[in-house]
Design a protein. Structure first.
Length: 284
């Protein structure tokens, strides 16, 4: 390394670009790339997402209907699901078809496309192309998909009906597709918890065993009411007893009166004993 006409490289020469945090534009590009992949690929089978036969869960994630159905079917030689697909499906929390909603996209064809007629999904109200670049939502239970800006305009008019099928819906049943904001995900989780208290699944269909849970809750409430009623009657009986004994309806006053009467009775007994003793002394 020395006396041979060579040189020892310095650190700044070896490290051409120092490590740095990604810029905002790079983070945005990465997020858009991930979102585009989620819009075009089924996470269960890694197959291209078929928007004409797509479903979504409570969190707004997109799946091919056939992939979900295949994972829900009992395992057999004919239905051989890869282990990776089973693992991914277990993370979704989907237990039945009631946990997903069949989406209804409005599909248009691009006449200007040279390489065949390209199909793409659009919002039927705003006519915006739906995808990673457009924030989209769908309505439960009908499943029609719109651009978020269109549903906001509909909500401002006070109407709570789907523009496509006139199905009534609640504000909470507008589900964002592939949300990235944590506040939106928390809101969706709270919605699901609320629906469970009503015995409903994500698609607003009754969950299995919801009737039994409801009857059990009603039975517990009835039993609790019977117990509290019995205690109330017992307390009322005790109060009535005190009232009959002392002629006073107030329990506290009756207790004090009984105590005073007991003291007076004790004093009277003492006086009688003293008087009797004095009489016997006088006789002697």
């Amino acid at each position: 390394m020395g006396n041979d006409g060579g040189s020892i490289p310095k650190r700044r020469e070896l490290v051409r670009e120092a490590a740095r945090l990604p810029s905002a534009s790079e983070l945005k590009a990465t997020a858009l790339e991930n979102l585009t992949h989620a819009w075009t690929t089924c996470p269960l089978s890694d197959a291209p997402l078929d928007l004409s036969n797509a479903v979504s869960d409570w969190r707004g994630r997109l799946y091919n209907y056939e992939s979900v159905l295949q994972c829900l079917m009992p395992s057999s030689s004919e239905n051989d699901v890869p282990e990776t697909q089973e693992t991914e499906f277990a993370r979704t929390g989907i237990k039945s078809l009631k946990d997903v909603v069949k989406l209804k996209f409005t599909i248009r064809k691009d006449d200007k496309s040279r390489a065949g007629r390209k199909e793409f999904a659009v919002c039927p109200v705003s006519l915006k192309e739906l995808g990673a670049a457009t924030k989209s939502v769908y309505v439960v239970p009908c499943g029609h998909v719109f651009a978020e800006i269109a549903t906001k305009e509909i909500s401002e008019t006070g109407e709570k009906q789907c523009p496509e099928c006139s199905t009534a819906f609640e504000e909470r049943d507008i589900i964002p597709i592939l949300p990235t904001d944590e506040s939106e995900i928390d809101k969706l989780a709270k919605r699901l918890d609320y629906l469970k208290t009503l015995g409903l699944a994500h698609g607003l269909k009754k969950e299995k065993g919801a009737g039994k849970k409801k009857r059990k809750a009603e039975g517990d409430a009835k039993e609790k009411g019977t117990t509290s009623g019995g205690n109330a009657r017992k307390e009322k009986s005790n109060n009535t007893s005190n009232e009959d004994k002392n002629g006073i309806s107030n329990p506290m006053t009756a207790s004090l009166t009984a105590k005073v009467l007991a003291e007076l009775e004790e004093r009277t007994k003492r006086r009688k004993i003293v008087d009797g003793y004095k009489r016997s002394e006088a006789v002697r």
